[in-house]
Design a protein around this ligand. Sequence first.
Ligand code: NAD
Length: 263
Amino acid sequence: MTDRANRLQGQIAVVTGGSRGIGRATALRLARAGAQVTVGDYRIDPANEADFGPLQIRQEVCDVRDLAQLRSLIDGAAARGGRLDILVNNAGIVMVKPVTDVSEDDWDRCLDTNLKAAFFGTKYAIPHMRAVGGGSIVNMASNAGLLPRSHDPVYSISKMALVGLTKGLALSHSPDRIRVNCVCPGPVEATGIMDEELALQPDREAAVHNYIAASPLARAWDRMIHPDEIAEAICYLVSDAARMVTGTSLAIDGGKSLGVPPR
Ligand code: NAD
């Protein structure tokens, strides 16, 4: 087993939706562990260069709903690095709407980003990973993938399906030594998704309090989950330390999905 500090040395990684939030933290974490990382995002933030440049993290414009762009992101990283070891299907959007307000376009946008892109990203990564005797894929699910929620049915469906997809593809590709896992975060601060949700609330402070109160450990620490805490788990899942871990849905939600918290 390689040293913990540079456990991904020599590995080639792709992170979708890596311009901000959890994807950005993941790109930085994997690069600090030695991986050569390419980030694909439909919004490239030039300000990221300050942190990405020294770690040689490459940013590419990629809308994951456009399968040609997604394939080119993955094939390009594999061609530059001579191999592909890691794919993090992280790009995602929220959809907070009751069923009665959901349009076909809403459904397509959410499912195409959160689910279809993970399926096809995996499809494009498999031949590269097979060629080097294995690899590791992490899908960004959610607390919403573990528990039905009333306020965001389309988002929940996309994440529940992603948990199912993870298990199925983990089974299918175990003979290739390709591991497929997912992480299921609870409310994560310092992310675009959370900022957008909070901006819609009439009382931001009360909304933050409610998010914290819904997760037993977040309440105990009196704070939300941080993107680095998700990135650390992903770094473990893609490393050799997890070589016998596949098909798992790792809840990083402070116990939110366990049941009714103490009063
Ligand atoms: P974020 O908005 O900070 O990051 C999402 C990133 O995905 C952005 O950089 C965005 O530009 C990119 N993206 C969106 N659609 C894209 C597309 N079609 N093509 C390419 N890039 C696209 O939010 P985040 O919270 O870091 O979200 C990352 C993932 O984490 C999502 O899949 C989200 O569902 C999941 N998640 C977030 C939370 C949370 O509380 N923030 C909780 C559970 C799961």
